[in-house]
Design a binder for this molecule. Structure first.
Ligand SMILES: C[S@@+](CC[C@H](N)C(=O)[O-])C[C@H]1O[C@@H](n2cnc3c(N)ncnc32)[C@H](O)[C@@H]1O
Length: 263
């Protein structure tokens, strides 16, 4: 399938270490980042994870603050390894560090996995990851997904237009029809991503799509410093956003390029 011209002009795919390649990204130029860093030492990523540690994620979060536009958002999807019977708590440390860098912790959301993946036999089944929503000030783009069926949706009722006055008398009453769908809750459930991409830790495509449409608008620039197989990039282009992605592994970079430029 030929590479589409539109995908080529709307994306910048950078091969290398994100700490190096982020230096090419101007201050305040990214509207939204949707990313997932390596989780502690859970995967080797073809041996690329040996350098991973606090010194790397701290610098990445500092740089994300620099490149994020005022009102921009970073979606940081992460989980912890369990070492010697204890979760590492790295996710929390990263969220607190992001706040020290200047981000607001706008929301702590949960990605609930439809399938349980791993976990200790001394714990309940492990079924979620954090989706921290960091914002540089108040988010400038919020487009809530409204797909939660309202219990009283479609019902027309007489409701008070205003509260009681100081004599305890109810205000004027009006007829109001409850919307059929309300704002989604902040726990989102998806089947784990992957399929045939050839990458071991792929986002569900809809997870990326739902964050992209929630926290950015058409024409905005979406970024992923840990691009992996390119799920954020593919879904950003399909939603008419521009995309910048960085991946250090040769093989994963090629997979991402193929997925993004052919989407
Ligand atoms: C959790 S995976 C991301 C998967 C991605 N969300 C997807 O849907 O395919 C993290 C990726 O970060 C890459 N990586 C790790 N350290 C990196 C660094 N310093 N710079 C760029 N990429 C890095 C790994 O090779 C791996 O592909």
């Amino acid at each position: 399938m030929p590479l589409t011209e539109a995908a080529m002009t709307k994306s910048q795919l950078k091969h290398g270490d994100c700490l190096e390649r982020m230096k090419e990204i101007p201050d305040g130029s990214i509207d939204l980042t949707v990313t997932s860093p390596p989780y502690d030492n859970l995967r080797s990523y073809n041996g690329n994870n040996e350098q991973w540690g606090e010194h790397v994620w701290k610098a990445v979060l500092e740089n994300l603050y620099r490149v994020t536009a005022d009102g921009g958002v970073v979606v940081w999807v992460v989980g912890d390894a369990t070492i010697k019977g204890s979760e590492t708590g790295t996710s929390f440390k990263q969220a607190l560090w992001a706040m020290e860098c200047g981000f607001n912790l706008h929301d702590t959301m949960i990605y609930e996995k439809a399938q349980s993946c791993f976990g200790s036999n001394k714990c309940y089944l492990q079924s979620f990851e954090y989706m921290f929503i960091f914002s540089k000030g108040t988010p400038k783009s919020i487009n809530f997904i409204r797909d939660r069926a309202n219990v009283r949706g479609g019902v027309t009722e007489s409701t008070a237009k205003s509260g009681m006055d100081k004599h305890g008398k109810s205000g004027e009453r009006v007829l109001k029809t409850a919307p059929v769908f309300g704002k989604r809750k902040n726990v989102w459930k998806y089947g784990v991503g992957g399929g045939k991409t050839g990458h071991p830790a792929v986002f569900p495509e809809m997870l990326a799509h739902d964050h992209i449409t929630s926290w950015s608008n058409e024409g905005d620039t979406v970024f992923d410093p840990f691009m992996g197989s390119g799920t954020t990039g593919k879904m950003a282009l399909l939603a008419n956003r521009k995309f910048i992605g960085i991946e250090m592994d040769d093989g994963y970079f090629d997979i991402a390029k193929e997925r993004i430029l052919n989407c």
